[in-house]
Design a binder for this molecule. Sequence first.
Ligand SMILES: Nc1ccn([C@@H]2O[C@H](COP(=O)(O)OP(=O)(O)OP(=O)(O)O)[C@@H](O)[C@H]2O)c(=O)n1
Ligand SMILES: C[C@](O)(CO)[C@H](O)COP(=O)(O)O
Length: 239
Amino acid sequence: MVNKVTTQNIIAVIPAAGVGRRMGANLPKQYLKILGKTILEHTILKLISVKQISRIVVAASKSDPYIADIIKPYSDVITLVEGGQERADSVLAGLNAIEASANTWVLVHDAARPCVLTADINNLISQCIKLERGGILASPVADTMKRDDGNLNISKTEQRKGMWHAYTPQMFKLLELKQAISKGLANQAEITDEASAMEYIGKPVLLVESNNCNIKVTRPDDLALAEFFLQKSIESNKE
Ligand SMILES: Nc1ccn([C@@H]2O[C@H](COP(=O)(O)OP(=O)(O)OP(=O)(O)O)[C@@H](O)[C@H]2O)c(=O)n1
Ligand SMILES: C[C@](O)(CO)[C@H](O)COP(=O)(O)O
């Protein structure tokens, strides 16, 4: 499945090996269609529209009957690898397929976030390169945050100030990210995104504010919302 990547530009990794349990569809959610294209294809097209991204590594499930047809039109820029049990395993499999300098920047973006704005990806890239720091797209929390007591009672109101929703893309140097995820996985740390792996090894991570349209398609209701945002971005590209 793997052919090695050799380039010095930014390389994107798309974890696309999830099963979409919360979506509850009869196929993994990244293969559901919105506006005539699968969610994964919308995501691939967003990354292809970013000039600095030279290659995209897609991590898909081994038994996946859908992926080959979807990536065929983009086979000149896409490398396919086999994903893993957890999202972090899939990301690491993608990173392991990249044969580039340790200093190469990699940008990890969920297959399930097709509505990200190209302008926000470009902004993340330029902030990380300018400040020589890894960073993520994120959005400040807008609601009051409650902590439960494990029994549907509120135990506490958390301080909202300074709280952010973590989105993707998340951009780091290849070697550092590989080391961080490998260490986190080896120590059974909870690694739900790339930033949490970097935090685990004590590295600072930059927050870059994203448009709120960058939703993770997770539950059935998200499909209509994603269609609305994708339609809006298609129309604004026509103007
Ligand atoms: N073992 C896994 C699990 C998740 N992902 C990917 O990571 C992204 C974010 O995960 P999530 O939205 O949680 O997707 P699923 O795991 O498919 O959803 P669920 O948790 O509802 O099953 C998705 O693009 C998903 O395909 C992956 O590549 N490998
Ligand atoms: C990476 C991510 O999308 C950032 O919000 C998120 O952590 C993925 O989480 P999930 O547990 O796979 O839904």
